[in-house]
Design a protein around this ligand. Sequence first.
Ligand code: UTP
Length: 317
Amino acid sequence: MIAPHSSSTPARTVRSVRKAVVPAAGLGTRFLPATKATPKEMLPVVDKPAIQYVVEEAAAAGLDDVLMVTGRHKRAIEDHFDSAFELEQALAAKGDAVRLDAVRGPARLADIHHIRQGEPLGLGHAVLCARRHVGDQPFAVLLGDDLIDPRETLLSRMLDVHGRHGGSVVALMAVPPEQIRHYGCAAVEPAGEEDVVRVTGLVEKPSPRDAPSGYAVIGRYVLDPGVFDVLEHTPPGRGGEIQLTDALREPAAGGTVHGVVFDGLRYDTGDRAGYLRAVVRLACARDDLGPEFAAWLKEFAAGLEDGTAPVSRGLAA
Ligand code: UTP
């Protein structure tokens, strides 16, 4: 039995990995029409866009160089991580230090770069676009719509595992059989550590019958730069897209891919239900909003139970 990684593992920074790549060039079709003109990564989770949590997570794990892979209609992402001169001046003139800090914060999280993926040819292709920027060092990949709760330390744990085993490291989560068809799925064997496995094979979006395990690959990776050579020759796979999991199959067969098993809080903000869960959970966890919102939520949920929701109307409802 493999014990999942717990959030109490202390964060450790491993300096051999400094760069993070954040693919955010997908079309976001699951969230239309909201994503017709707004990138899904910019949808607000409470009061910050989803992608800001992702960049904060990279920075908290010691990655101080972040490359966003964006596409057409993604200008808002570039603007969000830039300075906003007029807004900053207006807030400074009002003496609103708190909001000024909030506006300046995103650009100060890391050394942030952008590159365009001309066509959304798949996640593997988005990662390949980062080749020149990354060079020949290992690097992290954090999917721009995959949110790990800020209280978790998954990425630090993955960097730690990478520091000891080298190669590439993927994040794995156990999912119910009927959900495995939405993910890449890993064949695994024990690797001598509680929450770490060796990945021996990978299948993209298998049917429950063909899934080699119940472990889904989620949106965090620490990759050996050798993956770029493989990606150069990886043909389009499932859905006609160049898949990152396809490119990891070869190193997995060679025994150089490990998985960190995670059972903490994770939200797929590119999916409507996942997005709603993220907003509710993170709002409840906030010191400023949580107590009042949670009290309202309890009342609302009680109303759902006994069929009287919404319990009240008017401003507070
Ligand atoms: P998804 O499959 O979740 O993104 O890719 P999508 O294609 O935008 O989703 P739907 O199904 O149409 O709603 C996972 C991550 O990879 C990025 C996405 O932006 C997301 O962060 N991605 C995907 C790219 O950067 N480029 C691509 O060509 C595809």
